[in-house]
Write a protein that binds this ligand. Structure first.
Ligand code: NAI
Ligand code: MG
Length: 499
């Protein structure tokens, strides 16, 4: 293998978007859709069309899955560490391309380059390096079954994995699916999100220099027309999905028809609790990170319900608002910009609808930051972040996932009541607690119904920490060694009778 990428880094995202326009990557080749159809990719900061994506359907899915199935025969026979080295090499080359990937994802999704997009591109590269190094941890066990029978278990790949990804953090979410799937000996077909098809295609192009053809294929297209046939394809043996609860149910039902395993990372309405003794400034900084102001709240883990002890409530809200006000909303590609845009007109409508519902329900909408005044951004999908106060716990913004720059701050007085309120949700993805009291911290972490609970910090997903939800937030876990073993392998038991 040539150890130097022959793909030069292209940091002009407008030129790169054009170069990538109209293609899937199937069987190692950039190919057009069988139907010849494409759809527009739009810059949410201006409304301008920046390129086209191949509009995939069942015929494209079949080509990609057949290629992945053929490639898997040799890929699974490769020694695990060799696979790991190739996946880690993908990570190394992706690191070389971080800047172009960051700029293109900023252009496609409207996420600010400095605060969001560059961070995400680095996480993508890091996830490949992390999983590449775990290849020899695909271990089985030896079982003391019978002294005359050597009994072992081994981990085997499932086959072809179908991965369906969303638009909010497509690079990170794709990496956390495909890197472990590949290292475990599976081959993969990804269906990208309609709103963000180009940067993930670029990732695939870079990986294509390293991986044998067909190991990793990527399709763009719409959910029912392209994602649907991928889940239903008879040669897909496992589906991993991140997106909405509604689509998650459709995917889960289709997988059940075939009786194949499915991992679902769905929505959230994650609570953050700030107790009276908390370090207020740290809690405010944690809330800024947790609400994901810089990502316009477009995160499944967003701290969208914040419970603050009444003794510090007003001060907390004032400090949080001041921090949000100090953030600059603007062109996602500008290094000065803290907050970019909403991803699409549909999401914009949805977010605005929820803000209106909160106001109609009697909540106080504290508008933060300021819309950009640059006339070039006049048609951009900018929304001022909203901190709701005095809002009822039953109002739609208090209960439903908005996936926008909106958080609801509630006052509490009683410990038992706040734990109950925090758990009174159909979701259970993440939770955060701020207190200096060890007993409170320990008790709350035990009782909060969530897959990921943090005390006195608000980190984002890490490649080496198991991540996922309970209740309607999903089924299964991503990231970590455990996710690779449990979600991308079968366990086979083998007995040698020596008697
Ligand atoms: P979605 O769940 O409809 O889309 C996610 C992915 O699923 C996309 O690639 C889409 O093409 C695909 N898809 C849609 N319908 C499908 C079908 N019938 N079969 C197979 N694949 C299908 O989410 P959407 O419409 O982008 O956003 C709606 C809401 O979903 C957001 O407002 C947010 O609340 C939630 N969401 C949650 C995410 C998370 O990280 N948990 C990510 C994206 C959205
Ligand atoms: Mg949808």
């Amino acid at each position: 293998m040539n150890m130097v990428s022959s793909i030069p880094q292209n940091t002009d995202p407008f030129a790169l978007a054009k170069e990538l326009s109209g293609f899937h990557l199937i069987d190692g080749e950039m190919v057009k859709a069988v139907s010849g159809k494409t759809f527009d990719v739009v810059n949410p900061a201006t409304g301008a069309v920046i390129g086209q994506a191949a509009d995939g359907d069942e015929a494209d899915v079949d080509r990609a899955v057949q290629s992945a199935a053929a490639a898997q025969k040799a890929w699974k026979k490769m020694p695990a560490r060799e696979r790991g080295k190739l996946v880690a090499e993908c990570g190394r080359r992706l690191t070389e391309h971080v800047e172009e990937l960051a700029r293109l994802i900023a252009l496609e999704t409207g996420k600010a380059l400095r605060t969001e997009s560059r961070v995400e591109a680095n996480v993508l590269a890091d996830a490949f390096v992390f999983y590449g190094g775990l290849a020899s941890e695909l271990k089985g066990e030896s079982v003391p079954f019978n002294p005359n029978m050597l009994t072992v278990t081994q981990r085997e790949p499932i086959g072809v994995v179908g991965a369906i990804i969303p638009w909010n953090v497509p690079l990170m979410l794709m990496a956390l699916k495909i890197a472990p799937a590949l290292v475990a000996g599976n081959t993969v077909v990804v269906k990208s999100a309609e709103e963000a098809p180009l940067t993930v295609l670029r990732v695939c192009q870079i990986m294509n220099e390293v991986l044998p053809k067909g190991c990793f294929n990527i399709l763009s297209g719409f959910g029912p027309e392209c994602g649907g046939p991928l889940v239903a394809h008879p040669k897909v043996g496992k589906v991993t999905f991140t997106g909405s609860v509604e689509t998650g149910k459709i995917v889960s039902k289709a997988a059940a028809e075939k009786l194949i395993p499915v991992t679902l990372e769905l929505g959230g309405k994650s609570p953050m609790i700030v107790f009276a003794d908390a370090d207020l400034d740290k809690a405010v900084a944690g809330a800024v990170a947790g609400v994901r102001f810089t990502r316009q709240g477009q995160s499944c883990t967003a701290s969208s319900r914040i419970y603050v002890h009444e003794s510090i409530h007003d001060e907390f809200v004032a400090k949080l608002k001041a921090k949000a006000d100090a953030m600059k909303m603007g062109d996602p590609l500008d290094e000065e910009t803290d907050i970019g845009t909403i991803v699409s007109p549909d999401q914009m409508e949805r977010v605005k609808g929820y803000i209106q519902k909160g106001i109609d329900a009697g909540g106080t909408a504290n508008l933060c930051s300021a819309l950009p005044d640059d006339p070039a951004l006049k048609k951009g999908l900018y929304v001022q972040p909203v901190i709701f106060t005095d809002i009822s716990a039953d109002a739609p913004p208090s209960r439903e996932e908005i996936f926008g720059p909106v958080t609801c701050v509630f006052k509490f007085t009683d410990y038992e009541q706040v734990i109950e309120a925090a758990n009174d949700s159909e979701f259970g993805l993440a939770a955060t607690v701020w207190t200096k009291d060890l007993h409170t911290a320990m008790d709350a972490t035990q009782r909060l119904e969530a897959g990921f609970v943090q005390v006195n910090q608000n980190l984002v997903v890490q490649p080496n920490l198991s991540y996922g939800g309970i209740k309607k937030s999903g089924i299964g876990r991503e990231a970590s060694l455990e996710a690779m073993l449990e979600h991308f392998t079968h366990k086979k038991t083998i007995i040698f009778n020596m008697g």
